[in-house]
Design a protein around this ligand. Structure first.
Ligand SMILES: Nc1ncnc2c1ncn2[C@@H]1O[C@H](COP(=O)(O)OP(=O)(O)OP(=O)(O)O)[C@@H](O)[C@H]1O
Length: 284
């Protein structure tokens, strides 16, 4: 296998009260590979994403190794992490407002990473902002660029957050429950959009969700996390057909839209093929 973009080895994260939130997690994501991380609430999925980006909350200590684009993240200096974020890996969080400044027009927010990454100014920058919005299938980019976050729908906000995450052309996109906060129809549209963008750009994807049906739509290999421990890591089809761990078996049994999942096992050629949808135009 070629050198992984992300190579996590025995990652342990401990809270200041001594609780182990992650316990010797090991995971590698190769260039262009799509890996799912699944587990119940509190299992440590978001903590893994934060650790990879060097964004652990105060009081948390990480040990082990996280190589991101070949650079060690554990105990790295902030200035080294800044150059990795956005360029090597970006995150899309569940709640787009986490990534967006409520007091800044969306176009200005998207312009910040574009200016930094592509060194654009003036009308070239404006054009890049509108292009970025079109790439996330926003059909009225002029209006959205002028709007503040609260003036657009949740789906549109998440599309802008995705555009910001992609602005520096990262090699790895970490999507942490990116559709969970959205209405069901918008969920499948945003999932289809992510799937297309990741394919078109040949990006690697670490897709985090509590929902096996969602993970199965966009990834080919899955890691199951429980109480901070990896209880199973296997190709998606193996997890669905013959889960080894009882907890994984439970997840499979209770997955929403189980029929759709089993259907995708019957047609194993289709990792990364979520429901076909038309571009979103949900109103705010
Ligand atoms: N800032 C914090 N300080 C202390 N403990 C925390 C903090 N944030 C999360 N935790 C704890 O870390 C553990 C892992 O949480 P994490 O947010 O990674 O779970 P998760 O799998 O992403 O859950 P969810 O699906 O609900 O987001 C949980 O026990 C949680 O209570």
């Amino acid at each position: 296998m070629s050198t992984p973009i992300l190579d996590i080895e025995a990652l342990t994260v401990t809270a200041d009260d001594g609780r182990r939130l992650l316990d010797r997690i090991t995971l590698a994501v190769g260039p262009g590979e799509r890996v799912g991380m699944i587990g119940e609430s509190g299992s440590g999925k978001s903590m893994t994403a934060l650790a990879v980006m060097g964004l652990l909350p105060p009081g948390m200590t990480a040990t082990g190794s996280i190589l991101l684009g070949g650079t060690q993240v554990v105990a790295a200096a902030e200035r080294d992490l800044v150059s990795l974020r956005g360029r090597v890996a970006s995150v899309v969080f569940q709640e787009p407002l986490t990534a967006l400044d409520p007091l800044m027009r969306l176009g200005h927010q998207l312009a910040i990473p574009l200016r930094r990454h592509q060194n654009l100014r003036g009308s070239a920058l404006t054009e890049a902002v509108l292009r970025g919005l079109r790439e996330v299938q926003i059909s009225d980019p002029d209006r959205i660029a002028r709007a503040y976050p609260h003036e657009v729908s949740g789906g549109q906000r998440q599309r802008v957050a995705i555009a910001m995450a992609l602005a520096c052309a990262p090699e790895l996109l970490i999507a942490d429950e990116p559709t969970t906060a959205l209405d069901v129809t918008v969920q499948s549209e945003v999932l289809a959009l992510l799937d297309t963008l990741v394919s078109d750009r040949g990006m690697a994807l670490l897709f985090i969700s509590h929902d096996l049906a969602v993970v199965s739509a966009v990834t080919e290999r899955v890691l199951v996390l429980r109480s901070g421990v990896v209880v199973e890591a296997a190709p998606l089809t193996d997890i669905l057909r013959t889960p080894d761990d009882p907890y994984t078996a439970e997840l499979v049994a209770s997955a929403r839209a189980l029929d759709a999942v089993l259907d995708s096992v019957a047609r194993p050629t289709a990792p990364g093929q979520p429901a076909q949808t038309t571009p979103e135009e949900d109103s705010p």
